[in-house]
Design a protein around this ligand. Structure first.
Ligand SMILES: [Zn+2]
Length: 143
C-alpha cells in the first residue's frame, strides 16, 4: 500500500517528558541510554525520579548495548493514528537488553507475522525531524 507522506508521524512530547531528556538526546546520537544510580550503580528503566534500589535521587545515565531478544510483542492490525494506517500490520515489541532492561519500540518489517519471543533484535534510530529521533526495532540477522 502506498504511504501517504502528508501525514506526520506521532512523536513524543520531549518538552513535557523532561525526565527522559538524556534518553531522547541519546537517540539523536544513535545511542540507547538508561538511568543509573550514582550511589549504588543500579541500572533502571523506565526512568524515575529516584533509584528503585536505594531510593537516592542522584541519577546519571549509562549507554547500553543495542541488541537483545524479543521478550514479548503485539501485532497491530488497526491504526490508532492515521500515520500507522499505511504501515499495518506492525508490531510493538519489548526487547530485553542487558541487565534485564526491557525497552519498547515498533517493528515495521513486512514479515511482522514471523516475530517470535527470543528472536534477536537490534535498535534502529529513525530521525523524524531535527529534534526527534525514535527507537524502532529491526531483526538482528548477524546472530
Ligand atoms: Zn541506588
Amino acid at each position: 500500500m502506498a504511504v501517504d507522506s502528508q501525514i506526520s508521524r506521532p512523536i513524543p512530547d520531549i518538552e513535557k517528558n523532561k525526565l527522559y531528556g538524556p534518553y531522547f538526546q541519546g537517540l539523536q546520537n544513535n545511542k540507547l541510554l538508561v538511568q543509573q544510580c550514582n550511589k549504588c550503580e543500579h541500572v533502571q528503566w523506565p526512568a524515575r525520579d529516584f533509584c528503585n534500589r536505594c531510593h537516592d535521587s542522584k541519577l546519571g545515565w549509562k549507554e547500553i548495548q543495542q541488541s537483545g531478544n524479543v521478550y514479548t510483542y503485539s501485532v497491530m492490525y488497526r491504526a490508532f493514528h492515521p500515520w500507522y494506517k499505511d504501515r499495518l500490520p506492525y508490531a510493538v515489541v519489548a526487547v530485553e537488553l542487558e541487565e534485564g532492561i526491557r525497552m519498547l519500540g515498533s517493528y515495521f518489517g513486512s514479515d511482522v507475522e514471523s516475530l517470535e519471543c527470543g528472536m534477536r533484535m537490534k535498535a534502529s534510530f529513525d530521525k523524524v525531524n531535527e529534534d526527534v529521533t525514535v527507537l524502532t526495532w529491526i531483526k538482528d540477522e548477524t546472530k
